[in-house]
Ligand binder design. Sequence first.
Ligand SMILES: Cc1cc2nc3c(=O)[nH]c(=O)nc-3n(C[C@H](O)[C@H](O)[C@H](O)COP(=O)(O)OP(=O)(O)OC[C@H]3O[C@@H](n4cnc5c(N)ncnc54)[C@H](O)[C@@H]3O)c2cc1C
Length: 373
Amino acid sequence: MNSSDVVIVGGGAVGCATAYYLSRAGAKVTVIEKNRIAFGASGYAMGLLSPLYGMGIPGPLEGLSLNGFLMHRDLAAELPDATGVDYHAHPHDSIYLSLSADDEAGLLDIASYSGNVDGVSFQWLAGQQLRSIEPRLTPAAERGMLVSGTWVLEADKYTEALAAGAELHGASFLDRAVTGLSRRSTGAVVQTDQGDVEADAVILAMGPWTGDAEKWLGVPIPVGPLKGQILRMDIGGPPVTCSVHYASNYAGRKADGLTWIGTTEERVGFDNEPTQEAREHIIQEVGKFFPPALTGKVVLQTACLRPVAPDGLPVIGPVPGWEGVYLSTGAGRKGIILSPSMGKLTADMALGRGDEMAIAAFSPVRFSSIAPC
Ligand SMILES: Cc1cc2nc3c(=O)[nH]c(=O)nc-3n(C[C@H](O)[C@H](O)[C@H](O)COP(=O)(O)OP(=O)(O)OC[C@H]3O[C@@H](n4cnc5c(N)ncnc54)[C@H](O)[C@@H]3O)c2cc1C
């Protein structure tokens, strides 16, 4: 039987970030991934690092989000050089449009918190000023907020860089499916389709599939998939110089030279096929504030599954009744920005240095009253 200090199940951004911080701290780490590194949403996300928007800030995600954002800057300074994997992380300003008074109210949180984040600032701009930055914005945009100092990266390459960084620090990767867990005196035996692996600590970072572990552990893990689709478009003309957002939709230029537009939020189970319906929906919705979406050519359409818990918060912490078994999942729409802080918190837990206060709002214990499937 193979053995390791820590086994991590899942090679997405959260599992690979955890592997990176653990192996850097000297732990013997094995990551078990049943498809390939960045197979899930971590391989297809937009890759925007916007620490304030869509986080419900102020709220429980504040620390996780702001730390994650700052940790990304450190990672960007070390990982590409160390691993040779360039994931194109760089500052990339964001415009959040307001087309009505209600929209503006939603942007006030960003305004009130921008001063709290080193390197991030905001400015309210009138429509004409916005169009001097991006002339193709709809004439209906009379006001909006320019947030300077947000970042963007290529999520698939970022996840691969974390994996390569972990490997440099001695982590091993197994190409297997985990099928069960059983107890041992400390930690657990991880059953896979190609034999067992034992470990003092086991971290389940299986994204939307983490709910599969309910039957292994006998505790409720109500984490499931929220499908999202993105269109990669050739819109012609000069590049979009910042990402443009309205409500939950966006357009932004990526390292492939294309403009990526999205997205959808679909509760359709584990179906990750792109659909014609979503394609038309995204084009119409983004076209309302960024008209080139209506005329551009779709080069690629992708679909993937975000991991979500019923209350929309991440699930990070020890599994009740299991010594040395932890969950780290449920990052929803924000798993790329949150992955360094989730990974570090999870790594610290597995090393016995966990900060209980930092994870209190995310504990799996909050689901204890739900009956497991
Ligand atoms: C359209 C879209 C756009 C997004 N844009 C952004 C963005 O701009 N910024 C941002 O911060 N976030 C964004 N996100 C969210 C982000 O992509 C996710 O929150 C994040 O990728 C989740 O990472 P994860 O590691 O938890 O899960 P995943 O990436 O799903 O990884 C889980 C891994 O576990 C493996 N696995 C599952 N079961 C097993 C098993 N039994 N045995 C072995 N391996 C197993 C899977 O194969 C998978 O590789 C976006 C998401 C979508 C859908």
